[in-house]
Design a protein around this ligand. Structure first.
Ligand code: NAG
Ligand code: NAG
Ligand code: NAG
Ligand code: NAG
Ligand code: NAG
Ligand code: CU
Length: 240
């Protein structure tokens, strides 16, 4: 292929990647529209338990599988028993984690409070991506116990890594801001104890926020450019 043509292909590929943001692959999303994905709490869709794909989600730990189409982003995992998500009464499920590297990222054992078993609710993910906050939700049926096998979609792309960070953009979304509770990054000021991240997931061997609190914006320009270039090359290879 002529150099010019391959350069054009590369540009087209990277443009497509930027538009797609991210997908929630498990549990199945209540709706994906890349243009609406910046709209909280659920990416422009309101869960409807009469028509949506309502998935059993084990309170003791279950898969949340994501595909990030940006080279970096920081994830907030949260859930609520409010079936619309509108009351903004979310419980954070694990410390915020920064994904570095484009592609699939799966938490195999996200847990919710045990007392939720037998009730319906929403599992929500929010990413602080280079182009802002993006949202997706799944309608779920919380069931007792822990998942006994992993979904086939629960994989990490090669080269993808995760590290615990604190993210000022995600902190206000972590425990909701209803009922006059002020939430700070360390999760101590919330009005109700159940709303702070008292739930530990399968990743409990990692110390909370052990990694340096470095978020996207502070990466030196040189390495950020290298990551973007690597991502562009990666996406071009995927198309070929
Ligand atoms: C519901 O989700 C499952 C698991 O992802 C999927 O296989 C199935 O096609 C979905 N059904 C509908 C109606 O979306
Ligand atoms: C918020 O959710 C918790 C369960 O996590 C529930 O006990 C509480 O009643 C809810 N608060 C409101 C105002 O709905
Ligand atoms: C799911 O996958 C993770 C990561 O590979 C593994 O540690 C865990 O044991 C698996 N869980 C089950 C129930 O097989
Ligand atoms: C994917 O990577 C994250 C961060 O390192 C890790 O916590 C998780 O267990 C990995 N998932 C799988 C399926 O191995
Ligand atoms: C919650 O946060 C949103 C966005 O910052 C804000 O518009 C809203 O007024 C807040 N609600 C309360 C009750 O503080
Ligand atoms: Cu995006």
């Amino acid at each position: 292929m002529a150099p010019l043509a391959s350069a054009a292909l590369l540009l087209a590929a990277s443009a497509a990647v930027v538009n797609a943001h991210f997908t929630l692959d498990y549990p199945p999303t209540v709706g994906f529209n890349e243009d609406k994905e910046p709209n909280g709490p659920c990416g422009g869709f309101t869960p409807d338990f009469t028509t949506d794909n309502v998935t059993d989600f084990h309170v003791g730990g279950d898969n949340v599988a994501i595909n990030l189409l940006h080279p970096q982003g920081t994830w907030l995992y949260r859930a609520t028993l409010d079936q619309t998500g509108a009351s903004n009464n979310w419980t954070q499920l694990m410390p915020e984690v920064m994904q570095t590297g484009l592609g699939k990222f799966c938490q195999p054992a996200i847990a919710v409070p045990e007392s939720w078993a037998g009730q319906k609710g929403i599992v929500g993910v929010v990413v602080d991506a280079p182009d802002g906050l993006l949202y997706q939700c799944a309608a779920v049926n919380f069931v007792a116990g822990a998942a006994t096998s992993n979904q086939s979609t629960c994989t990490n792309s090669s080269g993808v890594t995760g590290s615990y960070v604190t993210d000022a953009n995600l902190a206000p979304l972590a425990a909701g801001n209803s009922s006059a509770s002020s939430t700070d990054a360390s999760g101590t000021a919330s009005g109700t104890a159940t709303q702070t991240a008292s739930t530990t997931s399968g990743t409990s061997s990692s110390t909370k926020n052990a990694a340096p609190g470095r978020v996207g914006g502070s990466v030196p320009l040189g390495s950020a450019t290298a990551v973007v270039l690597a991502a562009m090359l990666g996406s071009a290879f995927m198309l070929l």
